[in-house]
Design a protein around this ligand. Structure first.
Ligand SMILES: NC(=O)c1ccc[n+]([C@@H]2O[C@H](COP(=O)([O-])OP(=O)(O)OC[C@H]3O[C@@H](n4cnc5c(N)ncnc54)[C@H](O)[C@@H]3O)[C@@H](O)[C@H]2O)c1
Length: 433
């Protein structure tokens, strides 16, 4: 099949490359000329494990191409996916649909023959109706069906997630669209990935419900961690104790500094706004959003407390900046609020991250970047682990101790063992234990 992917970011690029790998003919389109130029030169605009090789292989095989020209990308395409950003709208937290709407308008004028336009971006319920209206108004002659196909991949494991998804959700109001999308996903279908076909609005809501539920699970265990600290319990054992119950499940029960990233914060907020607009408020999710917002700065205060309450003119070595390991994505990373809290209290920050520094530089000011983890700790008054990159799991603790001016370690991901830290003479603070 011929597929056009509009938007070549984390989702569009990975999805496009994976579709090409299934044997489809894919053109990824983006309005960012610099991004397309990099891709055409074989350089990835993002860090995602395995992506460069996957893209190279499919470009080489002639199945994957990149362009800024929508007409060129859409030529002969039976399915046109919209995978542009839907960030929080400034001021009110609703999803900003301007990129989706602009893409719909541009697509409308390039439609030829029956085409399925598929929204892969995470969009509020009813956006499919809106996309359809925009296209029909702009091009009343077009033979088009609009479908929803929310994406559930995780950055850092995006290729594996896309190729072996827990499920594929397709929202259609049109039988022809259903047939086209079943054909698009047939290679996965053969692999037994469950394909759930629903109405379009149901598919849109399913994506938000999934992210809100996961954000709730994280926030729940974070609150249990705070309580565990007060009552002298160990949250990791609590998580294991409840996670072994099949009805609960062990995933997303790692207490930490609060969820971040390009999806959970904006999607929980957008769901809250949609629900309020429809007079069906989602109070649980509203609370999750508030609790998580407060948690990030609270983690900064936790570091200050571990350092004795005063960090003015003292140096904090921060390990890990991205919102999770194996991505360079800094959007809404807890590291931002934590570092700002420390800077507000007068601390100097020296940070190291394996992949996130370029993006961090655009979001943080006054931070010194170290070339490796040990350099970030040299002469620091504390080490703070914010993101659990594998590279930090086996640090030479004797060396850490010798580099730090004060032997204070705050581990916001519970990566280290308290007894081992104590053995190395490090004053250790974890989460909820
Ligand atoms: N990042 C994730 O892990 C993830 C997972 C599931 C779903 N999503 C959803 O997928 C969508 C895309 O997210 P992302 O992280 O890939 O965003 P991104 O910002 O990385 O990429 C979006 C791309 O779209 C391009 N773009 C914007 N308007 C365009 C237009 N009119 N025509 C062509 N290109 C255009 C931008 O230049 C950018 O490169 C969002 O709705 C997001 O919520 C993201």
């Amino acid at each position: 099949m011929r597929i056009a992917m509009i938007g070549s970011g984390y989702v569009g690029l990975v999805s496009g490359a994976c579709f090409a790998d299934f044997g489809h003919q894919v053109t990824c389109v983006d309005t960012d000329a610099g991004k397309i130029a990099r891709l055409n030169a074989g350089r990835m605009p993002i860090y995602e494990p395995g992506l460069e090789e996957l893209v190279a292989r499919n470009v080489e095989a002639g199945r994957l191409a990149f362009t800024t020209e929508l007409a060129e990308g859409m030529a002969g395409a039976e399915a046109v996916f919209i995978a542009v950003g839907t960030p929080s709208r400034r001021g009110d937290g609703h999803a900003d649909l301007s990129y989706v709407q602009a893409a719909a308008r541009d697509i409308a004028s390039n439609l030829k023959g029956f085409t399925v336009v598929v929204t892969k971006s995470t969009v509020p319920v009813g956006t499919g109706d809106d996309v359809e209206r925009i296209i029909r108004e702009a091009n009343p002659e077009a033979d088009v069906a609009v479908a929803s196909n929310p994406e559930f991949l995780r950055e850092g494991a995006a290729i594996a997630d896309f190729k072996r998804p827990d499920r594929i959700v397709i929202g259609v109001e049109d039988e022809r669209a259903r047939r086209v999308l079943e054909e698009v996903y047939r290679p996965l279908y053969l692999n037994q990935a469950p394909l759930l076909v629903t109405g379009r609005r149901t598919a849109e809501l399913t994506k938000y419900a999934a992210n809100a539920f996961l954000a709730t699970k994280i926030t729940f265990i974070n609150e249990m961690a705070d309580l565990a600290e007060k009552v002298g319990a160990n949250v990791q054992d609590v998580a294991r104790g409840i996670g072994l119950d099949n009805r609960i499940g062990p995933k997303f029960l790692n207490a930490g500094p609060g969820y971040g990233g390009s999806c959970f914060p904006k999607d929980t907020l957008a769901l809250v706004k949609t629900a309020q607009d429809h007079d069906a408020p989602t109070r649980i999710v509203e609370t999750v959003v508030q609790v998580n917002d407060q948690r990030k700065r609270a983690m900064g205060r936790k570091v200050i407390a571990a350092m004795g309450g005063d960090v003015r003119d003292r140096t904090v070595g921060v390990l890990g900046l991205t919102f999770k390991p194996n991505t360079d994505d800094m959007r809404d990373s807890p590291a931002i609020a934590i570092i700002q809290t420390l800077q507000d209290a007068g601390a100097r920050i020296v940070a190291y991250d394996p992949e996130g520094v370029e993006q961090a530089k655009q979001l943080l000011s006054g931070v010194t970047y170290a070339p490796d983890p040990y350099a970030a700790l040299d002469g620091a008054d504390a080490m703070v682990l914010v993101t659990e990159w594998d590279a930090f799991r086996a640090l030479d603790l004797a060396r850490v101790k010798s580099l730090l001016r004060q032997p204070v370690v705050v581990d916001l991901r519970n990566v280290y063992r308290p007894d081992e830290m104590a053995r190395h003479g490090l004053a250790y603070t974890g989460i909820g234990r």
